[in-house]
Design a protein around this ligand. Structure first.
Ligand code: SF4
Ligand code: SF4
Length: 156
């Protein structure tokens, strides 16, 4: 079973959550987060949402180590029939992490909803959805999986 270790990203604002009287959202981290964890970890005031929350990286050991939220700058959360990707506000989500999430959702035939930091300004975000279906994933020879129009098409 994986542990959070040096990661505290879900306490730092990518997830919007009510922590007692505090609203946690981008640029408003939980006031109890410290560099090495939660200052009220063993206190009764630590809300149940904190006990219960587990990101996908924590739950699914098939997700690679480099996708750990504090390394990939994004948190994947399973929410009903979809995966929600919540990006760090301090760093961009790289192409490798984004394409991993798309392929992960395609593997399970579920939708990906993402909210990630925009490249234009620190307080701007890009939000979108990608409907991933297992049927979209195919493998085979070129003639089996390529559409005829893609095969060695030359412009005039
Ligand atoms: S984002 Fe995941 S790994 Fe990081 S602290 Fe939260 S639950 Fe743990
Ligand atoms: S109370 Fe602790 S575990 Fe919960 S969000 Fe704040 S720092 Fe994280």
């Amino acid at each position: 079973m994986r542990t959070c270790g040096d990661c505290t990203l879900c306490c730092r604002g990518p997830l919007t959550v009510q922590i007692n009287e505090h609203e946690v959202y981008p640029n408003h981290p939980c006031p109890h987060v410290e560099c090495n964890g939660c200052s009220i970890f063993n206190e009764p005031s630590r809300p149940s949402v904190c006990h219960d929350y587990k990101c996908e990286w924590l739950k699914d050991s098939s997700i690679p180590e480099w996708m750990k939220p504090n390394k990939s700058n994004c948190i994947l959360t399973r929410h009903r029939d979809r995966i929600v990707m919540s990006g760090s506000i301090d760093n961009y989500v790289g192409a490798s992490a984004f394409s991993f999430a798309v392929n992960y959702c395609a593997l399970y035939g579920i939708r990906l909803d993402y909210t990630i930091r925009s490249e234009y300004a620190k307080d701007h975000f890009d939000r979108g959805s990608i409907v991933c279906s297992g049927a979209q994933v195919s493998s085979g020879t070129m003639t089996q999986i390529f559409y005829p129009i893609e095969l060695f098409y030359h412009h005039e």
